[in-house]
Ligand binder design. Structure first.
Ligand code: SAM
Length: 263
C-alpha cells in the first residue's frame, strides 16, 4: 500500500493549509455570504505546471476538461487556447468566477470555456474526458468513489500535489519539486464472465483499481488469473501461460480470437 501523503506532498499540504489559516480560514472568503465554506483556499498552479498537467493528460481538441476548484480559470483557459478543448471550471468563490470570466474574455475563449459558481462536490463530472484538480488529500478522497464510478473508462485525471490514497497513479512526475499524478479511469470488470474462443471457460474477476485477480474454471480445473490489469477500456491477463488482451465495452470484452460476456 502506498503512503497516503508523501514527504513533499506534506510540504505542499502545509503550504495550502498555511495560506488557508493566513486568510482566516474558509470564512474569510465566505463571511456574510451565507455560502458553504471553501474546502480549499485559492493557491494558483504556476502556468508552466498547468502546461505540464495538460500535456500529461494528452489533452486534445476532442476533450472536455473539467477543473474542480478552478480559481482564476487558468487550467480551463489553457486547455482551450493551447489545445482547442472545451472546458469548464467550477468554483465556490464568486470572486474567482468573475476573475476567470474576465480572463476567458481576454483570452478570447468565451464559448469554448464556461465557469460555474458551484460546489465541486456537487458538480456532475460524468461528461469530462479529462478532470483536473489542485485540492487537498481529504477532498481528493471524497471525490475518488465518484471518479471511479461516474467517469467513463479511459478518462484522464490529473492532480497537482495530492494523490488518491491507495489508488496508485498510472504516471507520476515532478515539476520544480511539485508532484503531478495521472490516473486513467479503469473499466469496471469485477464479476463473473463467460469466455468464448479457442477455449471456452467461466472466470471470476476481482478488481482493485487497475489490478485484476481471480480464477477461471477450465475443464473442471480452477486456475489463477495472473498479471491482470486494466488501463482505461483495455484489459490484459494471463491464464495457464496464455496472455489475453481485449477491449471492454460495458458487459462485453472483445479480444483477438476471444470474447467474454458478463453473466
Ligand atoms: C488550490 S486552488 C486551485 C485553483 C486552480 N485549479 C489552479 O490549479 O490554479 C483551489 C480552488 O478551489 C476553490 N474551492 C474550494 N472549495 C471549493 C468547493 N467546495 N467547491 C468549488 N470550489 C472550491 C477555491 O476557491 C480555489 O479557487
Amino acid at each position: 500500500m502506498t503512503a497516503y501523503v508523501s514527504q513533499p506532498t506534506r510540504a505542499f499540504c502545509s503550504l495550502l493549509t498555511a495560506c488557508f489559516v493566513a486568510l482566516g480560514g474558509a470564512h474569510a472568503a465566505t463571511e456574510g455570504s451565507g455560502q458553504k465554506p471553501l474546502d480549499v483556499p485559492f493557491v494558483p498552479t504556476p502556468q508552466h505546471v498547468v502546461d505540464r498537467m495538460l500535456e500529461l493528460a494528452q489533452v486534445g481538441s476532442n476533450d472536455f476538461v473539467i477543473d474542480l476548484g478552478s480559481g482564476d480559470g487558468r487550467i480551463p483557459i489553457t486547455a482551450a487556447t493551447r489545445y482547442g478543448a472545451r472546458a469548464m471550471g467550477v468554483d465556490l468563490n464568486p470572486e474567482r468566477i468573475a476573475e476567470a470570466n474576465e480572463n476567458a474574455k481576454k483570452a478570447n475563449v468565451i464559448g469554448k470555456v464556461e465557469f460555474r459558481n458551484q460546489d465541486l462536490l456537487q458538480t456532475p463530472i460524468s461528461d469530462a474526458t479529462v478532470l483536473t484538480m489542485y485540492l487537498l488529500p481529504s477532498v481528493n478522497m471524497k471525490l475518488r468513489p465518484r471518479i471511479l464510478s461516474e467517469l467513463q473508462p479511459g478518462t484522464r485525471v490529473v492532480s497537482h500535489a495530492f494523490n488518491m490514497g491507495d489508488w496508485e497513479p498510472d504516471r507520476q512526475e515532478k515539476v520544480d519539486g511539485r508532484t503531478l499524478y495521472l490516473w486513467i479511469v479503469p473499466a469496471r470488470v469485477a464479476g463473473k464472465w463467460q469466455v468464448t474462443g479457442k477455449q471456452g471457460f467461466e472466470m471470476q474477476l476481482e478488481q482493485e483499481f487497475q489490478k485484476i485477480t481471480g480464477f477461471a474454471l477450465v475443464d473442471g480445473k480452477r486456475l489463477a488469473i495472473d498479471d491482470g490489469r486494466v488501463e482505461g477500456d483495455r484489459i490484459r491477463f494471463s491464464l495457464d501461460g496464455t496472455t489475453y488482451t481485449g477491449q471492454v465495452h460495458d458487459n462485453r470484452i472483445t479480444g483477438e480470437g476471444w470474447s467474454a460476456q458478463k453473466i
